[in-house]
Design a protein around this ligand. Structure first.
Ligand code: SER
Length: 320
C-alpha cells in the first residue's frame, strides 16, 4: 500500500494500542505501521514489532531511523490506580516518555505526535457535570497530575518549536478485544467478561459512581480522526475534551441484565472508588465537535449489545 506515513505505536500491547495498531495497519498497510512495547505480544501478530521502552532514547532513535518514522502514537502510560502505588515510575513514564518523543520531533526526526490525556486532569474542584474545556483542572492522582503537566508540555512544544502534537482527554475506554490494566474505569470492561463467564461480578466502584466512558470503536475513530485532520483545525494544543457516554455501575448492570437475566453484581468499593469520586460525571466536548468534527456513534444499549454479541462468540469458540 502506498503511504507517505510511517507510523510507530508505542504501547502496542496495551488496551487501546492492540486495537489501534490493527486499525492503522488496515488503513495504511502493514508495511507502514510498527508496534513497540516492553514485552513481545502474547498473541501471533501480523505487524512489525520492536521491543523497546519509551524511556530508552537510544533504542527509540534507532527504531525511528530504521523505519523513517513520521508519526508516533504514544500510548504507553501508568494509569490512575497503578500510578498511586508507583508515584515516581508513573511520573517518569508519563512525562519523560512524552519528553523523549517531543524532542525527536524538535530534532525533526518525526513529524506528528498523538499523545492521550485523560479525564483524570479534572478533580474535586471541577464541576461534576457538562465539564467544559477550560474548567478547573486540579487533579488528585499522580496520573492526573502527570497528564496535566503533559498537556502543558505539548502546548509549550507546539508554541515554542512548532511541534505538531495532538491530544484528546480519553474518558474510560470500554472494548471487548483487549483488557485494560491499572485503571479505575477497568471495571466497565471486567464486568462483561465476568457476566458472560460466571453471571456474577464483584464491582470495586460503588453502584452510583457515574463516570464518563466511551466505546473502543469511538475512541479509535477519534484518535485517527484528530491525527488525520488538517493542522489548522487543531486549535487546542493542550488536549481536547471528548465525550460519549456516562453511566454508573448500576446502570451498566441493568443494561447487561437485558441480555443475561440472572446476572448478579455485588458492590465492594475499594480505594479506586475514592479516585473516581474526584472525577467528573460528564464532559462537554463542543470544541472537538466544532474544530475537527468529532461525533460518537455508540450509545449505551448499542455498545452493550455489541460487546455481549462479540464476547459470546469469543468464549463459545474457546469451549469447542
Ligand atoms: N481510564 C483511566 C483510568 O481509569 C482514566 O482515564 O485510570
Amino acid at each position: 500500500m502506498l503511504s507517505h506515513k510511517k507510523i510507530l505505536v508505542i504501547g502496542s500491547n496495551g488496551q487501546i494500542g492492540t486495537v489501534l495498531i490493527k486499525t492503522l495497519c488496515e488503513k495504511y498497510g502493514y508495511e507502514n505501521v510498527i508496534g513497540s512495547d516492553l514485552k513481545h505480544p502474547d498473541k501471533q501478530i501480523k505487524f512489525i514489532f520492536e521491543l523497546c521502552s519509551v524511556l530508552d532514547k537510544d533504542k527509540l532513535e534507532q527504531i525511528i531511523d530504521k523505519y523513517k518514522i513520521t508519526d508516533v502514537y504514544l500510548l504507553a502510560a501508568y494509569l490512575s490506580a497503578k500510578g498511586e502505588k508507583n508515584i515516581n515510575q508513573a511520573w517518569d513514564l508519563n512525562i519523560n516518555g512524552l519528553l523523549n518523543i517531543l524532542n525527536f520531533a524538535k530534532e525533526e526526526k518525526i513529524k506528528k505526535i498523538f499523545w492521550p490525556s485523560s479525564i483524570a486532569v479534572f478533580g474535586p474542584t471541577t464541576p461534576k457535570n457538562d465539564v467544559k474545556q477550560y474548567d478547573k483542572t486540579e487533579p488528585v492522582t499522580i496520573y492526573g497530575v502527570s497528564k496535566l503537566a503533559g498537556e502543558a508540555l505539548c502546548n509549550y512544544y507546539y508554541n515554542k518549536f512548532d511541534i505538531d502534537v495532538r491530544s484528546i482527554r480519553y474518558p474510560g475506554i470500554i472494548g471487548w478485544k483487549s483488557m485494560p490494566g491499572g485503571g479505575t474505569t477497568d471495571y466497565a470492561v471486567d464486568i462483561f467478561h465476568e457476566a458472560i463467564k460466571k453471571s456474577k461480578y464483584s464491582c470495586f466502584l460503588s453502584e452510583n459512581r457515574i463516570l464518563p466512558m466511551m466505546y473502543m470503536d469511538d475512541a479509535i475513530n477519534a484518535t485517527i480522526s484528530i491525527m488525520d485532520s488538517p493542522s489548522e483545525k487543531i486549535k487546542i494544543r493542550t488536549s481536547y475534551n471528548l465525550s460519549s457516554l456516562s453511566f454508573s455501575p448500576k446502570q451498566i448492570e441493568s443494561e447487561i441484565k437485558k441480555h443475561i437475566e440472572n446476572f448478579e453484581v455485588k458492590y465492594e468499593p475499594d480505594e479506586r472508588d475514592n479516585l473516581a469520586a474526584g472525577w467528573p460525571q460528564s464532559i462537554n466536548d463542543d470544541y472537538a465537535r466544532k474544530d475537527w468534527g468529532w461525533k460518537p456513534n455508540y450509545n449505551l444499549s448499542h455498545m452493550v449489545s455489541d460487546i455481549i454479541l462479540n464476547l459470546n462468540k469469543k468464549y463459545s469458540k474457546k469451549k469447542v
